[in-house]
Design a protein around this ligand. Structure first.
Ligand code: SAM
Ligand code: SF4
Length: 318
């Protein structure tokens, strides 16, 4: 599918739940979020039906996310169903990794290709602090298991947070020395009710290159990827830098997002949504809706003008 600005739209991110077993300080308020009505959350069969229509129209890359996707009952059958749709070339999952040890083999068997794991610190106490109680050891075991069963290439997502993890940038980069792993630094975005927290703790990704002069830029095979990639001269893995704030990548944006409550977002930083769940439930034509959605994808976001969205990240999925 080509949108009104000539961009090829081939990537759909699906948030399968707004719920999460962690409470990362920048993503979910400690007491949790105001939940959507249970009836509004799409059923697994509905996610699958919508995914099929998107693939039919040209989506070939799908990512399952959340909230925490591994707390959603039926996620394995959704992954199996999506992996069996003809035309899906890449099926990935973003997870906090806490349940990955238990799920990795089952995910691989269901047809998942690879995982991205969010890990903002390598320190046990700091992890507990930023996630409001999480156990880093479970995540580290999960990463090991994911490698073992071949959910690769593994990518670690690290949100850079001022006065929290800038002193660990080197440690993360060093993980790429001996292992074929991607570590990707992401700038903190002002989203939902925690936007002010994010604005106060924002740190430009420039610091990654400033702290490590050894990094050499490499050409990314995927031109639509928001990450710019680098490597250490003797490194096996890659270091990715994702700058949604300091460097806009709207020109190459190839993605659509389906929220847990059945809305399609054509831009992460816009409150505009199309209720495709309702279209499905009313028995209306989904294919025509998808064509309209793609046609109306905006040229760019207006974050720099202070246009911050209201939804929390957990219903959108990153
Ligand atoms: N629970 C899963 C996880 O943490 O990987 C999947 C959902 S989470 C919303 C997806 C990604 O969004 C994570 O890598 C998380 O760090 C990132 N994220 C959440 N809030 C963010 C924010 N305000 N700015 C930048 N990244 C954010
Ligand atoms: Fe949960 Fe992921 Fe948000 Fe952390 S970033 S609270 S793990 S959804």
């Amino acid at each position: 599918m080509i949108d009104s600005y000539g961009r090829r739209i081939n990537y759909l991110r699906i948030s399968v739940t707004e719920l999460c077993n962690l409470r990362c300080k920048y993503c979910m308020p400690e007491k949790g979020i105001k939940k959507c009505s249970h009836n509004d959350i799409l059923r697994i069969e509905e996610f699958l039906e919508i995914a099929k229509s998107f693939v039919n129209k040209g989506i070939d890359k799908i990512r399952i996310t959340g909230g925490e996707p591994l707390v959603r009952k039926g996620v394995l059958s959704l992954i199996k169903g999506i992996s069996e749709i003809e035309g899906v070339k890449d099926l990935a999952l973003t997870t906090n990794g806490v349940f990955l040890k238990e799920y990795a083999k089952k995910l691989k068997e269901a047809g998942l290709n690879r995982v991205n794991i969010s890990l903002d610190t390598l320190n046990e106490n700091k992890y507990k602090h930023i996630t409001n109680g999480g156990d880093i050891n479970k995540v580290l075991e999960g990463i090991k298991e994911a490698k073992k069963v071949g959910l690769t290439p593994i990518k670690l997502n690290i949100v850079l947070i001022k006065d929290f993890n800038e002193d660990e940038i080197e440690d993360f980069i060093n993980l790429t020395r001996d292992e074929e792993i991607d570590v990707r630094f992401i700038e903190l975005m002002p989203i939902g009710e925690l936007k002010y927290w994010a604005l106060n703790r924002y740190l430009s990704n420039d610091i990654v290159l400033e702290k490590n002069k050894e990094l050499i830029e490499i050409e990314s095979q995927d031109k639509s990827s928001p990450a710019k990639y680098y490597k250490l001269p003797d490194g096996k893995g890659r270091v990715g830098i994702i700058n949604p704030i300091s460097c806009k990548f709207c020109d190459n944006c190839n993605r659509l997002r389906l929220t847990a409550d059945g809305k399609v977002k054509t831009c992460l930083h816009s409150d505009d949504e199309i209720d495709i769940g309702k279209v499905l439930r009313n028995g209306e034509n989904i294919d025509n809706t998808i064509v309209k959605i793609v046609k109306n994808k905006p040229k760019e976001h207006n974050l720099e003008q202070g246009d911050y969205i209201n939804r929390t990240m957990t219903t959108i999925g990153g």
